[in-house]
Design a protein around this ligand. Structure first.
Ligand code: NOJ
Ligand code: CA
Length: 552
């Protein structure tokens, strides 16, 4: 069935909540210290058992679960059409899809098109000699006549993007680790093989893909040097050529959109399949990944809230700009945490993380949660000898992604209930307070806040698909907006400060408090005023005579 981009019907990826599972750290069923698919199956009821007590999410996205030497924890794939034995096998995967679908949970897989593992059979063949038929499946180049590298491109993990192969006496390109050679998408056989990979999983009932660094898959055919950044160098950015260049020739080329349109055509051959992309560019470049007619990705991930300073003004500007810029066919989305970035709660604190939860789950746009976010899980504490992440080793401990990859905290018992073996990363010290079992019993816990927010979003369609209007208020510490649809109207007021705030909002006495981040029923109304306690967010149902003051 072909879905038109302009379809008015609300799709599951528009109204639902996506939950990112880092499978290695979610739940270990066989005591080897590594999470697995059987573990995920056991926790599906926690995610959504159909009752109001469970978290109530609508889709899971699994980070890569395919055979891999794990140089980059699964983003170095050696077989796209199988499951790593750590995680299970194709049968367990089939059971997971069936069990998820039974609970109305969609399953999204990670698709890693830019690079394979250097141990993938394709690369093993490719590097075996210049005459090999798969030679051109990767990007090989001679050294320059003076023996230097083919161009100035850098690896995102530090150092040059070129690795010398002594046997065939050429360099190959790797935008990430040297164990992750870049595929040559200009070769039609590569494109066909990779589209077959998508088809393989679509046939197994997968509901969508999150496409890893999808804007990077095409490179300048002449491999021209990138211009060097001069004055705009960010002093906080890591070392290495990648971080000192403008990426005009090694990624985000115009032609990449043709390829993404082809991914979309394939997805659209199947009903209700969704394409999500990891796309980091600035807004004008980023927005192109929806396609000029909504014919590319359904959701290029929007990471802007992760990068914005945590204050009402910056967050509001980011949202307003998004709302202003998106064309009608493009559905927004928001992300606060993922497996590549430190946890938001460690940046903004426990109190503001509750405000963040309300923001994420009331904005117009699909929310993606990262496992443990709903518990207020903090950054791990990782000593040098416990470090696992190749990026941490190469760019420095401040870029160590292990911080957000520590085991999911299920109980206050040994290893936080994640595993009865030795977990691959240490459990974060606050697990005795921040865990599912303890938070389940506390009616005002972070977990119960996420559950309440998701439940409310489900019950009130205006919170899913209603329009968004920014509401002007005097206090620069508060962000207030309205969601409305078919006569349903909600006011969301978020206090980003540690101070009590009184906001003037005409006509508000007709409102009804639906939810406070404090999870109590504190009286908030004056005649035309709204009182917010320190770090409080509220959702108010508005009655007819409320006057919206739009922000010019
Ligand atoms: C982005 C992924 O999210 C990250 O974890 C990975 O290291 C790189 N892409 C390379 O695949
Ligand atoms: Ca295991």
């Amino acid at each position: 069935m072909q879905k038109s981009a302009a379809s008015k019907e609300t799709q599951w990826w528009e109204k639902g909540v996506i939950y990112q599972i880092y499978p290695r750290s979610f739940s270990d069923s066989n005591a080897d210290g590594i999470g697995d698919l059987e573990g995920v199956i056991r926790k599906l009821d926690y995610l959504n058992d159909g009752s109001e007590q469970s978290l109530g999410i609508d889709a899971i996205w699994l980070n890569p679960i395919f055979p891999s030497p794990m140089a980059d924890f699964g983003y170095d794939i050696s077989d796209y059409c199988n499951i790593h034995p750590f995680f299970g096998d194709l049968d367990v995967f089939g059971r997971l899809v069936a069990a998820a679908h039974q609970r109305n949970i969609r399953v999204i897989l990670d698709f890693v098109p830019n690079h394979t593992s250097d141990l993938h059979a394709w690369f093993v063949e490719s590097r075996s000699g210049r005459k090999n038929p798969k030679r051109d499946w990767y990007i090989w180049r001679d050294a320059k006549s003076d023996g230097s590298l083919p161009n100035n491109w850098g690896s995102a993990f530090g150092g040059p993007a070129w690795e010398w192969d002594a046997v065939s006496a050429q360099y190959y390109l790797h935008t990430f680790l040297k164990e992750q050679p870049d595929l040559n998408w200009r070769n039609p056989q590569v494109k066909k093989a990779m589209l077959d990979v998508l088809r393989f999983w679509l046939e197994r009932g997968v509901d969508g893909f999150r496409m890893d660094v999808v804007g990077m898959i095409l490179k300048d055919p002449e491999l021209r040097d990138n211009p060097e950044l001069k004055n705009d160098l960010d002093p906080a950015s890591p070392d290495g050529p990648y971080y000192r260049q403008l990426h005009v020739h090694d990624q985000d080329l115009e032609e990449v959109h043709e390829l993404i349109r082809d991914f979309r055509i394939l997805l659209d051959e199947y009903p209700e399949r969704c394409g999500i992309g990891e796309v980091w560019y600035e807004l004008p470049r980023w927005i192109k990944y929806y396609g000029s007619r909504g014919d590319e990705l359904h959701l290029p991930f929007n990471f802007r809230l992760m990068k914005a300073p945590w204050n009402a003004r910056a967050i509001r500007e980011s949202v307003d700009e998004m709302e202003r810029t998106l064309p009608d066919f493009a559905w927004p989305n928001y992300v606060l945490n993922n497996h590549d970035s430190p946890r938001l709660v460690s940046r903004v604190g426990d109190e503001q993380a509750r405000v963040a939860a309300m923001l994420l789950l009331t904005l117009r746009g699909t929310p993606t949660l990262y496992c443990g976010e709903e518990l207020g899980m903090e950054n791990g504490v990782i000593s040098q000898d416990q470090m696992q992440d190749p990026q941490g080793f190469r760019l420095g401990a401040q870029y160590n992604r292990d911080l957000s990859r520590t085991p999911m905290q299920w109980t206050d018992g040994p290893n936080a209930g994640f595993s009865s073996g030795q977990p691959w990363l240490p459990v974060t010290p606050s697990y005795q307070i921040k865990n599912v079992a303890t938070e389940d019993r506390d009616p005002t816990s972070m977990l119960n806040l996420y559950r309440s927010l998701i439940r409310l979003r489900k019950q009130r369609t205006a919170l899913q698909s209603g329009s968004y209007t920014s509401v002007a208020v005097e206090s620069s510490d508060c962000f207030v907006f309205e969601r409305s649809q078919n006569g349903e109207q909600y006011l969301i007021a978020l206090n980003f400060s540690y101070k009590h705030q009184t906001l003037k909002i005409p006509g508000l006495m007709e409102g009804k408090l639906l939810l406070s981040t404090y999870l109590d029923n504190f009286e908030v109304f004056g005649k035309n005023t709204l009182d917010l306690r320190a770090n409080e967010g509220v959702i108010i149902e508005i009655k007819h005579n409320y006057v919206t003051r739009q922000d010019g």
